[in-house]
Design a protein around this ligand. Sequence first.
Ligand code: UGA
Length: 445
Amino acid sequence: MPKYSVAVVGLGFVGLSTAACFAKLGAKVLGVDIDKKKIAAVEKGVLSFYEPGLKPILKKVIKDGSFTVSSNIRLVAQAPIIFIVVGTPSKEDGSMEDRFLLSASRQIGAGIKGSNSYHLIVVKSTGIPGTSLKLVVPEIEKASGLKYGEGFGACSNPEFLREGSAIEDTLNPDRIIIGGRPKDTEMLKTFYKKIYGKKLPKVICTNPTNAELIKYANNTFLAMKISFINQIARVCEILPESDIGVIANGIGLDKRINPLFLRAGLGFGGSCFPKDVKAFIEFSKKLGYYPPLAEATMKVNEDQPISAVRMAEKKLGNLEGKKIALLGLAFKPDTDDMREAVSITIVKELLKRKAKVFAHDPKALNTAAAIFDGKISLEKNAKACLKNADCAILVTEWMEYASLKPKDFKKLMKNPVLIDGRRLFDADEFSEQLDFAAVGLGSKV
Ligand code: UGA
């Protein structure tokens, strides 16, 4: 009897959320990470990032023994299924960085060396087509001396969880995609059947190439949907009497379109969409195809944050010496993650124009302090941030900002100019009482 049902190698945000949820669903899980400090923190239920609902689950599964963590990679030999969940960031040219995947594969290979039971290696990390069979499998063969298909198997099993809703997404996934040989896909499907029981969603078993491409197609499509609505929003900003909120609602009711991911804003950020769209572009180019929709998706997205700065200039003229208050810095609400956050571009553009930048975020202030390194003032609350400002820009739609009323902006700011970059505020109410502009909002005639 193996000691664990599964091992998860890489305890970053996705690995830790997945491992804790698997344990909550009844699996006996081993979590492995080379970072000893991280292991010590996780053992105490301490997280290095903010994810709603994860902490109590983690504490519970550590305490009841269903989740064990270690920095000893050799322990993976005691789990028949080993998930690789390490980062695949972008390289300078946008293509996928594979060194973490390769080193995790080498370590796992060394860990299962000499084992006489079959191990299934499951690649959960986002990897371009070919990752499982051409990158991971050869490394494991080399390090373990075992043969693919005999001593061990491999599957691609892409992850679709979102930051901020990782628990809900893992406990109730829309679907499970598994790419591999039938014996391997069946083995993984059996694991999922066991933990999800009656709640098992539709499982698609295919080859690794399709599974890997599904992940890129999925993220590229969602990113494209956002750039699409942002493109219509830009038209609205020039067209009097138009409003992107009404338009998104109107088209979202068409079942073929659906209302999700049609929120216009200052663009998408995070550790996934920008990186995955770029990796998809580079991958396609290498195949000899230049993907125009993916290119346009990035192009629209790169200009969205700058459009907020242009709106401020339209209202105030030259921004030099003006106090600009940014509400929200995280790439989206309910996270402290600022990777590829649009706030970074906005700050850069404002500083280029010699504006004085003040900012607040409910969770990302520590992250922001490391990124901006004293170049902007970070405020402990929204009201302090707005004090005496010439213009405020709502960058991230945290719920706590939704309770701000026009009178708060009027009372606190030197000049009550508000730019709603995420359509959080009621446009009619705010336009009546403030000098108000918003993404996708045409002027009144
Ligand atoms: C995304 C995908 O949604 C997940 O399915 C996937 O597993 C994950 O990437 C990944 O590849 O690991 P995530 O990056 O956590 O998840 O965030 P999303 O909730 O998808 O939001 C991404 C960005 O799009 C945010 O900046 C958000 O503000 C923006 N967005 C989203 C919009 O501007 N408008 C929308 O309508 C929706």
